[in-house]
Design a protein around this ligand. Structure first.
Ligand code: ADP
Length: 378
């Protein structure tokens, strides 16, 4: 009998699960927020993921429910579990990815290295943290942030007053997360796939380049990574996957500090932008791996196919449309590059696709990926 997966959320991550699902013969269905979204090709329902009845109806005849994003409310997840639906990752694991304060507390319990942090509820709390950390810090809203929204570097406690005011108006109350301003030399990401029955496979640690809080480029594996760094990153990923009982793909965003430590920045429990290189650059891409993992099927080999893979995001694009002509131009000029588009209308800074290139020479792969991506922007 054909296995059936239901993906809640109709964005590009759900879209990129479609091709591997077809390839391995899985029936994939998507609950999209609205018609015409990235994953519309497989959308079998359109509705609000915050509404229990909608999600329960969608889940009625699938074997497993998984996600394109982390925002499904816990009460909806609890209703799914109560109805006997198999949910991966589990609500308990997802709770850690949904709230950065919960995440920091759980990572501390697991003994994971992370920036110094505190939960602050008043300007005075924040001032005390700033005084103890050289006058600068990073303040984050614990929930709902993405691509750098909800992250602010502050040098004075009053710079977060608007967020404290918003907290005061929120019936749920709560606190802001404050972290030391980490002096990092670069950002890395470690991905691990884990099945409900426990099997894990780790991808090579990669370097991610962020611009304006948005991932711009990824190099796999991370250049200049010694055996120790590779080992520590993998251990961090596996400890978190196991410790939190993550099922499916886990991405651990890391800082490599100027004094050679690795600190955990953030977690994502789904395929992640830092793993798009693997679609074309690894034996088993992250989207196929996620499907295998949530169905508790044997995991594929995450090894790279080439010495270097580079992924460059297409951020924005021609305001006049014309994506098709640019696609043709990119194909003509860069036949070695693989272009992926998300079916989204270009807006300044919006992730509308990405390009991957792989090969034995890093400089050449970087050139191919950047040059092909820039065809869409020029
Ligand atoms: P998002 O949820 O938007 O992905 P992150 O917590 O990953 O937010 O932060 C976005 C970016 O802000 C990071 O990739 C990093 O460049 C920077 N950043 C986040 N936390 C810190 C920190 N404690 N110290 C220094 N830079 C940080």
């Amino acid at each position: 009998m054909t296995l059936r997966i239901g993906v809640v959320g109709g964005g590009q991550l759900a879209r990129m699960m479609i091709a591997p699902a077809v390839e391995i013969g899985i029936d994939l269905r998507v609950l999209a927020e609205e018609a015409g979204m990235s994953a519309a090709l497989a959308a079998s329902a359109v509705g609000d993921y915050r509404d229990s009845a909608t999600v329960l109806e969608f889940a009625r005849d699938v074997d497993v429910i998984t996600f394109d994003h982390e925002h499904v409310p816990q009460d909806v997840l609890a209703d799914l579990v109560a109805a006997g639906v198999s949910v991966h990752p589990s609500p308990e694991a997802l709770a850690v990815a949904q709230d950065k304060l919960v995440m920091r507390a759980r990572l501390a319990e697991l003994g994971m290295p992370q920036p110094e942090w505190a939960a602050v509820t008043t300007t005075q709390d924040l001032q005390d943290f700033l005084d103890a950390h050289g006058g600068s810090a990073v303040v984050k809203t614990p929930r709902g942030g993405y691509d750098g929204k909800g992250v602010r570097v502050v040098h004075a406690a009053t710079e977060a007053d608007d967020w404290f005011a918003a907290l005061a108006e929120d019936a749920r109350g709560g606190a802001l997360l404050v972290e030391e301003l980490v002096d990092f030399s670069r950002e890395l990401a470690q991905q691990v796939a884990r099945r409900p029955s426990g099997q894990m496979r780790a991808y090579p640690v990669v370097e991610t380049v962020q611009r304006g809080g948005v991932c711009a480029e990824v190099i796999a594996p991370a250049p200049h990574a010694g055996a120790r760094l590779i080992d520590v990153a993998r251990q961090i990923g596996e400890t978190i996957a196991e410790g939190l009982g993550v099922t499916g793909m886990l991405a651990v965003e890391l800082f490599e500090t100027t004094d050679e430590r690795l600190l955990v920045n953030e977690l994502a429990m789904r395929p992640h932008n830092s793993g798009h290189w693997s679609q074309d650059g690894a034996v088993t891409g992250q989207f196929e791996q996620h499907l295998r993992a949530v169905l508790d099927l044997p995991l594929g080999d995450p090894s790279p196919r080439a010495a270097w893979s580079v992924m460059v995001n297409i951020l924005g694009g021609p305001a006049d449309g014309g994506l098709e002509e640019r696609f043709a131009a990119a194909m003509a000029d860069h036949p070695e590059a693989k272009v992926h588009t998300y079916g989204k209308a270009p807006r300044p800074g919006r992730k509308v696709g990405h390009v991957t290139a792989a090969g034995p020479d890093l400089d050449d792969a970087v050139y191919q990926a950047r040059a092909a991506a820039s065809v869409f922007l020029g």
